[in-house]
Design a protein around this ligand. Structure first.
Ligand code: BGC
Length: 763
């Protein structure tokens, strides 16, 4: 449809018809306007695949057998691939699955910054670094939208914790906002052309995000020109007039009083009373119509989707393989040589656990999910035996069966600190908890009385240690699960749950060659045993093929190439927000660490983490050499440069040689280092991070061969955000370019000089 035709359509709509389009009429759908041939617009969670079907107005899964879907690696896993192609492909197949499930907008990707290792939804987000986040999010959004489905970038913005998520008021410096928390969002609009955004639950500067004039109207709509659909998080609008005036388009909630949502009858009344002009409503409807038009929902020319296809599963296996991070490999313990073994013993709850149906709204009813145990059995081919021992009795909170256990689950999940009082849970809530979690329970996870727990744990551990003595290879597979990485609650501490530290230590005493594998969505403490273990592997929740990817990696059929998108601090107190005791805060959260988030802090303050940003070993070995910097010498004549159109200042090249005898993927990284203390272009003394990631690329390098990595640097790569100018600025002077494998291993350096101060608009 042309814009004029859309406008005519909009003008033909009555007040009631427009109002019915801008709020939920079901939990995941608005009302269309049948008389005007406007279909309903439907949403689906979430980042890891289209969610299972719920009843339209009842939080109960429908429970059919036709809503199983492909289960994607979580966003942190995707970021760990450091591969834009994998991100595009993942977005593309997510869009296709969403389309085939007859939904119009997939509520993904989640792109908030990992501010604390304890953030409950870190697994749904990508990284602690805004550049990496943007570089993965942009191709992902493009991939989704290639399929005539809208992405929905969430949760805009500053939604970095779950504690008090429904109302935390975030205070953050303007500089940190523009250097850390907003750039990836901006990239999804300017480069990714995102058609959807979701407003977060929290507040910024005293205003809820879905009513926040500054972040929504001025920045997102005004500065970035976002003209897509802004949907509230479910229940994130509060005040009818404020939401009406804010350019938020759809009001979604978790309650069934659809017509009483703030943007339903209350907004209609406010318009009729003259408290708010109808033109605000028209804008909202315009955004909806215009996106529906771009998705070809109004002209019938929409692309077909597909779900659960073998092609999707093959692509997901590849992504899962690329996401696995080899943290340590002393004495080349890995890969395991199949020819030298007769049996492998897996120990640990995550060896036989599947994770899809957990985590909150990101739950996926996976067509299948290969556990590590299954993965090993699939590739053993009978040539070695795979044995399993849980090692500890996982007192599972979420994996509850039936009403009584759902109540237990609810009590544990929503503890005293939470806004939700477990005693107020309705019968339906309880049924839902039971329904959602039940299918996810692995065989060893049954509720038992806590008094029996100690004995059970001992029995399990004794058995595992006894068997460990005689196994050819012992692999521990523990870590976290979605009782810990979960929407609605942050982790309480940094230690591995279920006394795993103790178990790992005992195991390493008997078997110093045990391979320690952790699965999870966030950093965990490895302090108690990391120096004793020879081989450590970390796998983010890597989707339906995760167990196969892990087994193939440990057995050497795949060469690991994942790298950490987020620092693993040695101690939680080392992490900046925790050092300052500002996480999680109370009803307000003050981000006092400013721009010093993640590696920006560790590198600047010289604090050694357990595993640094970008860390990830390979079975191959690489040599970085031949750094060459070419001054492109553009004429720098502008007063203010537009961030949308920046000149290239330098071209940087370096070679990576694969000095091993196996082909391998390698992510080469480029950091820029500015003096950590400097005077701004407006004459203020300020601090800067010691290093900032400015480019990366992942290439396949054949054994014994080299590949050249080539990047261009623009003024933004040298910029900081100047709070007096309210724009980015580059201070003239010397900068160091550093290239290498991760933030702490940058063997190639060169100094370059910028001879002129520069200013860059922020949008
Ligand atoms: C979550 C969103 C999700 C929505 C719909 C909310 O609780 O924060 O991420 O998309 O529910 O399920």
């Amino acid at each position: 449809m042309t814009d004029q035709e859309l406008k005519t359509l909009l003008e033909s709509l009555s007040l009631d018809e427009k109002i019915q389009m801008i709020h939920g009429a079901e939990f995941f759908k608005n009302s269309g306007v049948a008389q005007k041939d406007i279909p309903a617009f439907s949403f689906s969670d979430g980042p890891m695949g289209p969610r299972l079907e719920y009843e339209p107005a009842n939080w109960l899964p429908i429970g059919g057998n036709d809503d199983y879907t492909s289960y994607l690696p979580c966003n942190s896993a995707l970021a760990a691939t450091f591969n834009r192609e994998r991100a595009y492909e993942t977005g593309l197949l997510l869009g296709q699955e969403t389309r085939a499930r007859e939904k119009d907008m997939i509520l993904a990707p989640g792109i908030n910054i990992h501010r604390s290792p304890l953030g409950g939804r870190n697994f749904e987000y990508m990284s602690e670094d805004p550049y990496l986040t943007g570089e993965i999010a942009v191709p992902y959004v493009k991939g989704v939208q290639e399929t005539d489905v809208s992405a929905c970038v969430k949760h805009y913005a500053l939604n970095n914790q779950e504690t008090y998520r429904n109302g935390t008021d975030v205070t953050v410096s303007e500089r940190a906002l523009w250097e850390i928390y907003l750039p990836a969002y901006r990239a999804t609009v300017l480069e990714g052309k995102a058609l959807g955004f979701m407003g977060a639950y929290n507040k910024y500067n005293g205003e809820y995000l879905c009513e926040n004039q500054q972040l929504v109207n001025e920045i997102l709509r005004g500065e970035w020109g976002f003209d897509g659909i802004f949907v509230s998080d479910w229940g994130a609008t509060h005040d009818t007039i404020k939401a009406g005036l804010c350019e938020i388009d759809v009001d979604m909630r978790v309650t069934t009083d659809f017509d009483e949502y703030p943007m339903a009858n209350p907004l209609k009344q406010a318009i009729l009373n003259g408290e708010i002009e109808e033109s605000h409503l028209d804008k909202k409807v315009w955004h909806l119509l215009s996106v529906m038009n771009r998705l070809h929902m109004l002209d019938g020319n929409r692309k077909r989707g597909s779900f659960n296809t073998p092609e999707h599963h093959a692509a997901l296996l590849k992504t899962a393989e690329e996401s696995i991070v080899l943290l340590k490999n002393e004495d080349n313990l890995l890969p395991i040589d199949e020819n030298r073994i007769k049996n492998i013993l897996l120990i640990g709850d995550n060896a036989d656990r599947i994770h899809a149906l957990g985590g909150g709204s990101a739950e996926i009813k996976a067509l299948y999910e290969i556990s590590p145990l299954m993965g090993f059995k699939m590739i053993s081919g009978g040539s070695f035996h795979v044995d399993y021992e849980p090692g500890y009795y996982n007192y599972v909170i979420g994996n509850a069966w039936g009403k009584e256990n759902a109540q237990v689950a609810a009590k544990e999940l929503f503890d005293d600190d939470s806004a939700i009082n477990p005693d107020l849970l309705t019968e339906k809530d309880i049924q839902r908890l039971a329904g959602v979690f039940a299918p996810n329970a692995p065989r060893q996870s049954r509720k038992i009385l806590s008094s029996q727990l100690e004995a059970k744990n001992k029995e399990y551990l004794d058995r595992a240690l006894e068997k460990a003595k005689n196994a050819d290879v012992v692999i521990y597979i523990g870590g976290l699960n979605h009782d810990h990485d979960v929407e609605g609650a942050d982790r309480k501490d940094y230690l591995l749950p279920n006394n795993q530290d103790e178990i790992i230590l005992k195991l390493l005493e008997i078997r110093p060659d045990a391979i320690i594998t952790l699965i999870g969505g966030s950093p965990v403490s490895t302090q108690a045993w990391a120096d004793k273990a020879k081989a450590i592997v970390y796998s983010y929740y890597a989707g339906m093929e995760s167990g196969l990817a892990l087994a193939k990696t440990l057995m050497g059929m795949v060469c690991p190439s994942g790298k950490l998108p987020t620092t693993f601090p040695a101690n939680i107190e080392d992490s900046p927000a925790h050092k300052l005791s500002t996480f999680p805060g109370g009803m307000s959260a003050s981000y006092d660490e400013g721009i010093f988030v993640g590696y920006r802090y560790f590198e600047t303050e010289n604090i050694k983490p357990a595993f640094c940003f970008g860390h990830g070993l390979s079975y191959a070995s690489f040599q970085y050499k031949n750094l060459a910097v070419k001054d492109l010498a553009p004429a720098l004549t502008e007063d203010i440069y537009s961030i949308r159109n920046l000149p290239n200042l330098y071209e940087v090249r370096f070679d990576v040689c694969n000095t091993s005898d196996r082909d391998a993927l390698e992510t080469g990284m480029l950091f820029v280092s500015a003096p950590t203390s400097f005077t701004t272009v407006t004459g203020k003394d300020e601090k800067r991070p010691a290093k900032e990631l400015r480019s990366f690329d992942k290439k396949l390098i054949a054994a014994g061969k080299k590949e050249t990595y080539c990047f261009n640097l623009t003024p933004m790569d040298f910029a900081y955000y100047d709070e007096e100018l309210h724009m980015y600025a580059v201070k003239s002077g010397d900068y160091t370019i550093m290239a290498g494998r991760n933030v702490a291993d940058l063997p190639l350096t060169a100094t370059i000089h910028i001879d002129k101060d520069l200013k860059i608009s922020r949008s």
